[in-house]
Design a protein around this ligand. Sequence first.
Ligand SMILES: C[S@@+](CC[C@H](N)C(=O)[O-])C[C@H]1O[C@@H](n2cnc3c(N)ncnc32)[C@H](O)[C@@H]1O
Length: 243
Amino acid sequence: MTITNCYEDVTRANAYATLEFANTYYLAYRDLPEILAQHVTGTRAMDFGCGTGRSTRFLQRLGFTVTGVDISEDMLQIARATDPTGDYRLVPDDNLGEFPVGSFDLVLCAFTFDNIPGAMKTKIFRDLAKLLTPAGIIVNLVSSPQIYTHKWASFSTKDFPENAEARSGDVVRIVVTDHKDRRPVEDILSTDASYRVVYRSAGLEIMQMFEPLAKGDEPYSWVNETRIAPWVIYVLAHQAAVG
Ligand SMILES: C[S@@+](CC[C@H](N)C(=O)[O-])C[C@H]1O[C@@H](n2cnc3c(N)ncnc32)[C@H](O)[C@@H]1O
């Protein structure tokens, strides 16, 4: 399957850079401070798939020393311009060889795996696991399969009824309505069962899993967010550390 990274695109990068933590995205980030406080022991973090740096700056504000990495130079250029003292690196072909083994207490992947094909997922998670300290964790924040078949405060899927027939590994489409670029994002559907196979093959164990719902008292016009979780958050550790 050939899938293009829609974030290797200046127009998309500029639009993405205007997103903050409102609407459906609020739910993606709401619980992370508590989750990280509970599970992470040190302050060295990698933001894998940092994009324009929203998630990197989020980790910095929580006290982490963060290295942001991405495969899109268009996204990284904005990250560096917004945060000139930050550490942002291009990792062509996901070659993570420049980072020492065991050097991160946390690897955050925020939406990064939404458009990475299955076989690549396993290889990348194996490589990321090597970068963790023995007690280190990976937090993998991904779109839930349901995000592609419903309407949301930040997204529309109404033009893609075929998403309902998609199986794990198939391409699905969604439009971000929170920014100006209304071209659909092409993702790869990945079910919870598929992620579990990937984690096991990569030597990782799920410590906790969250499906964040809105409470209803937030200052946003929720559509389905109070009853269907748009995101899934996996907290992952080395199998040996858990077992
Ligand atoms: C939806 S953006 C999320 C950016 C950021 N984490 C945030 O929350 O704002 C996904 C990012 O993952 C990056 N990405 C996609 N595939 C990747 C890969 N194989 N390796 C590294 N980054 C990747 C894209 O270039 C894009 O910048």
